[in-house]
Design a protein around this ligand. Structure first.
Ligand code: DQA
Length: 144
């Protein structure tokens, strides 16, 4: 089945954006990594990125309507977007929150996730491997 891999603001700039924090892989590389990992797990990854809160909310509505599992990196929206949280709460399939960095080891404003409580689970701090671990978790939950 299809998995939506949804990415919030500034993640399109991976590779050049604070590489000490987010690594050197660019967004196109992340897309390829997710597509390949999903295929190996028998899934199809539909990887998207937007800087626009409304667009991200719309994608979560689509996931809810189509009962699609979601890997979500809400980026900065993690920390303050109740609109995104309310959209994620409508999920009809598992939703894994992911972060490349470990937000708990960073500035205090990153220590709160308003999305975490409505996610199935959260994977953070493993670089872009966080996405691969999330895809594995979804593949496991689809089997059980
Ligand atoms: C992030 C962590 C957020 O705090 C930050 O705003 C991001 C990326 C991560 O993947 O580590 O944009 O979600």
């Amino acid at each position: 089945g299809t998995v939506l891999v949804l990415n919030g603001p500034n993640l399109g700039r991976l590779g050049s954006r604070e590489p000490d924090v987010y690594g050197s892989l660019d967004f196109a590389g992340l897309v390829r990594l997710c597509e390949e990992a999903a295929a190996a797990l028998g899934l199809r990854a539909d990887v998207r990125q937007t800087d626009d809160e409304a667009e991200l909310v719309g994608w979560l509505h689509e996931a809810a309507d189509r009962a699609l599992p979601v890997v979500l990196n809400p980026a900065a929206f993690t920390h303050y977007s109740y609109a995104l949280r309310d959209a994620a709460a409508q999920r009809t399939a598992p939703l894994i929150e992911v972060h490349i960095s470990n937000p708990y080891a960073r500035e205090s404003f990153r220590h709160t996730s308003v999305v975490g409580a409505v996610a199935t689970g959260t994977i953070a701090g493993f670089g872009t491997d966080s996405y691969l671990l999330a895809l594995r978790a979804l593949a496991g939950s689809a089997r059980s």
